[in-house]
Design a protein. Sequence first.
Length: 391
Amino acid sequence: MQRVPDWHRKAYNIASMRRIAQDRLPRPVFDFADGAAEDEWTLRRNESAFERWALLPRPLQGPATRDLSVTLFGKTLSMPLMIGPTGLAGLFWPDGELCSARAAAAAGTAYCLSHGSVCTIEQLAALNTHPRWMQVFVYRDRGLTREFTDRAAASGYDALVLTVDNQLLGNRERDVRNGFGIPPRFTLAQLLAMGTRLPWLWRMRTALPRLTMGSYQREGSREELTALAGRMAGLLDPGLNWDDVRELRERWHGPLLLKGVLHPQEARQAAALGVDGLIVSNHGGRQLDGALSSIEALPAVIEAARTLRPDMTVMIDGGIRRGADLVKALALGANAGLIGRPQLWGLAVAGEPGVRRVLELLRAEIDRTMGLLGVSKVSELGPDLLARLEH
Ligand SMILES: Cc1cc2nc3c(=O)[nH]c(=O)nc-3n(C[C@H](O)[C@H](O)[C@H](O)COP(=O)(O)O)c2cc1C
């Protein structure tokens, strides 16, 4: 049994968890998660755009207790926040995906597995945590998309997320600068400079050589991650279109979400095709630099989708670092939010307890924000609690 460090207890907010992770991870690994495309404008904007809305507290409404729960597709979550799909979570901690899924379940919320997880679709399912969602892509070989979808159905996943904004790979310049490869290799100078990173290296000593995207492996022939990652651009089909969504809609009988929707026109079309949910997202700024921030895109997407389908579930990710960020999104009409990087920072710091800590910190902030706003239930959050700032 590996001793789990308790550095995560020192994290008093998400920014401090990020700093602790930065001290613990080799630079190329930290940057792989922390970085984004090109000038990282969209990454910064995702975070800073929440400042365009201010909160309007109503202290005289003081609710004694708050109920943070929400229901998504018939399943109740203890709070309006879940863990979004991040590839190679197992690079940050051995069995990273399993740790995050357990932490989500312990917090009473949902976990979405990435197509690029180190564990397989089936290994995650064997934990029997719920709700568990599965994220897929559309490949040139549509058979592969169908295979992942069918495996998710056979393994009892509760929802399917089709990510639409990653069909051409973004240009992540920190990875270029660091010469980041998968699995990462370090020069002697980098190894000598590692200092506080040595525990990570030690912890990962057996996981690193075996690191791969589990669900892509075939019985009896194991493909090296370097080769698979190199092939990824060729596997994905930039020709993705609405016929693919239509086909997936017919194949997958549970809730289907599109992730990476920013344009109201796409929201409208998704609603017309019977998609159940949208995740307003720009992939954490990792794809199209210059894309609109998620929170700024949210109101128009909600309006477009719900004009056609008033019950459309609209979620958001990108830049949620405070409970108040999420509360603003909920007040604008989102049903719930997802986190990407904060989960990886928690994982890097302490594995499952680190992710639990991230969720606890955000839960406490959401609760406090709702209390100070004079709101006892998520459904009471509305635009009347926000002031839009022009500058
Ligand atoms: C290291 C990393 C890997 C990611 N891998 C995936 C992925 O495999 N599939 C996917 O749909 N999104 C992926 N994302 C995007 C996240 O799901 C999410 O959209 C984004 O991280 C949200 O922004 P945040 O990190 O500011 O919370 C990844 C993000 C990061 C940081």
